[in-house]
Design a binder for this molecule. Structure first.
Ligand SMILES: [Zn+2]
Length: 60
């Protein structure tokens, strides 16, 4: 069983053996693996934006 980070609650979600679906037992999030990857890409982009913003506020 492969573990992934749940995009909804941030806890450990599980990827099934076929790499087809992601399911979180904590918040009942579930999606196809493709949907999960797309969501994590978007989150990564948003986090990069946040990082850029906080960097601009604290220029060292
Ligand atoms: Zn979750």
């Amino acid at each position: 069983m492969i573990e992934a980070r749940c995009p909804k609650c941030g806890k450990k979600a599980q990827v099934d053996d076929e790499m087809a679906n992601v399911r979180c037992n904590f918040c009942n999030y579930s999606a196809t693996y493709d949907e999960y990857i797309e969501l994590m890409k978007e989150k990564a982009l948003m986090m990069a934006d946040d990082f850029q913003m906080s960097w601009d506020k604290n220029p060292f």
